[in-house]
Design a binder for this molecule. Structure first.
Ligand code: BG6
Length: 489
């Protein structure tokens, strides 16, 4: 609106996330004409930097998909002119007051909406929220705060964090980001389920044998060992990214597409889940491995990681939803760093065809005959369905083929980065893709008991070579529930 302005302050502006994701996403939104007419971007961090230095820093990251486009340089210059820097401590009300003064100058008396993106470590989180809310919140518009995980380490610390946050902010000012919710194929999950007749009727224990949520990266914790060692893969990936996808996958049909209706259904399904048992988890940690003359490091080779660290860099888990729709269906998760490839996908394995006339075609391996729906979140976004098909010819031989929707082949427009969608939603006040505090509580309740046991019992992870397929234990775990991982070669 003419009469209002939005100021976006990136707190922790010199950090990795800000450089790699937040500034580029803001620029992409500007490029696409999605930002309001009056906006300013402020970087806030402890280091001394001038506006010009911030602009140079930011401009280095404004490359990737945008820079090949029309008018890119011009738009980049226009965007950078709207970027400023304010040096300050994260716990200094005085420094935030100075920021407030600068923001006011830019706001020029308009209705001032303010968005703070907290891209800072958890130990200084609350101080920054306190200072931002008491000294730099808007006097006549909205003030919203985007917070990044970790939201605590377990149920208790997460609840304490929420309590502290709520001393300074209302729940509707808090935007807890889980960037997986901003990914195109994750958003599409509800479209796939609720706008196609052919999927939803099959979406239950009656037809689905198991569901798999797989996250793999082909690199280690490079440079992030200090953070990672305190959290491990279960907290880093499973409790948030994979569980959020699971909730969208398994929830009942929401009353509407409104944020509260969707989040109500997500909470319901999360609360119907059984807390994960120690027996249903396999953990792993990568060890060094030499391939093609190159030596890849062990997790503990990272200088910021203790030599005797037992922190898992891999985990597989079997989870269950005790409700009418999903009773008895294993929901398997697998997440790991330093594996042989990078992927995030959902695999839905359907039941066997009863009395299958073509059984003899599959020998004893009936698994081969079942349908599987794969939703590949990344890379190479795709949705495909494995079906049995007759191999053309005079004989009767079946094979498995794919009905394939490859995004790159079907859609010419590039897929926006998750942060673009989420930042835009936060500016527009759309909460659908952000985590409500009761969702967070439910998520922690599932994992907290097992996390405590892993730590108290000092469970030694299964070591796997860097670049491998991860611990074999994950196959035994799956086999216990008659499951074969769909991504196993
Ligand atoms: C982050 C985790 O939330 O997600 C990282 O902390 C992980 O450990 C990253 O690498 C993966 O995100 P993406 O979007 O690259 O798959």
């Amino acid at each position: 609106k003419e009469s209002s302005t939005v100021s976006i302050t990136v707190v922790g502006a010199s950090g990795d996330l800000a450089k790699k994701k937040i500034f580029p996403a803001l620029f992409a939104l500007y490029y696409e004409g999605c930002l309001p007419k009056h906006f300013t971007v402020f970087g806030y961090a402890r280091s001394k930097m001038t506006d010009a230095e911030l602009r140079t820093m930011v401009s280095k990251t404004l490359t990737c998909r945008i820079d090949k486009r029309e008018n890119c340089d011009e738009k980049m210059d226009q965007f950078l002119e709207r970027c400023f820097y304010h040096p300050g401590q994260y716990d200094s009300e005085e420094n935030f007051l100075e920021l407030d003064k600068k923001l006011k100058v830019h706001e020029g008396g308009r209705v001032a909406n303010r968005l703070f993106y907290l891209s800072i470590p958890p130990n200084i989180f609350i101080d920054a929220v306190k200072c931002a809310s008491t000294s730099a919140s808007s006097a006549n518009g909205w003030t919203r705060v985007i917070v990044e995980k970790p939201f605590g380490r377990d149920s208790e610390s997460s609840a304490a964090l929420t309590r502290s946050l709520k001393q300074y902010l209302d729940e509707d000012q808090i935007f807890r980001i889980d960037h997986y919710l901003g990914k195109e194929l994750v958003e599409n999950l509800s479209v796939l389920r609720f706008s196609n007749l052919i999927f939803e009727p099959l979406w239950s224990r009656q037809y689905i044998r198991n569901v798999q949520f797989i996250f793999a990266e082909d690199f280690g914790t490079e440079g992030r060992g200090g953070y990672f060692d305190n959290y491990g893969i279960i907290r880093d990936i499973m409790q948030n990214h994979l569980l959020q996808i699971l909730a969208l996958f398994a929830m009942e049909t929401p009353v509407s597409l409104d944020a509260e209706d969707i989040r109500n259904e997500k909470v319901k399904v999360l609360r119907s889940m059984r807390p994960l048992r120690l027996d249903d988890v396999v953990t792993g940690q990568y060890k060094s491995h030499t391939r093609g003359g190159v030596k890849y490091p062990a997790y503990t080779d990272d200088k910021t990681v203790p030599n005797d660290s037992l922190t898992p860099t891999f985990a597989a888990a079997a989870l269950f939803i005790d409700n009418a729709r999903w009773d008895g269906v294993p929901f398997l998760m697998k997440a790991g760093k330093a594996l042989h490839d990078r992927r995030a996908e959902i695999r839905v394995q359907f039941r066997h065809v009863p009395g299958n006339l073509y059984n003899k075609n599959f020998g004893t391996d009936l698994d081969l005959a079942t349908n599987e729906l794969v939703i590949r979140v990344q890379p190479d976004e795709a949705i495909y369905l494995k079906i049995n098909n007759k191999v053309p010819g005079l004989g009767m031989r079946l094979d498995r083929s794919n009905l394939n929707l490859l995004y790159a082949a079907r859609y010419s427009k590039e897929i926006p980065d998750a942060y673009e969608r989420l930042l835009l939603d936060a500016i527009e006040g759309e909460r659908r893709l952000f985590i409500r505090s009761d969702e967070l509580d439910a998520a922690w309740s599932l994992f907290t008991p097992v996390l405590k046991q892993l730590e108290e019992k000092k469970i030694v992870p299964e070591y796997y070579p860097y670049g491998s397929r991860g611990p074999v234990g994950s196959h035994y775990l799956a086999a216990r529930y008659n499951v074969r991982w769909g991504d196993a070669a």
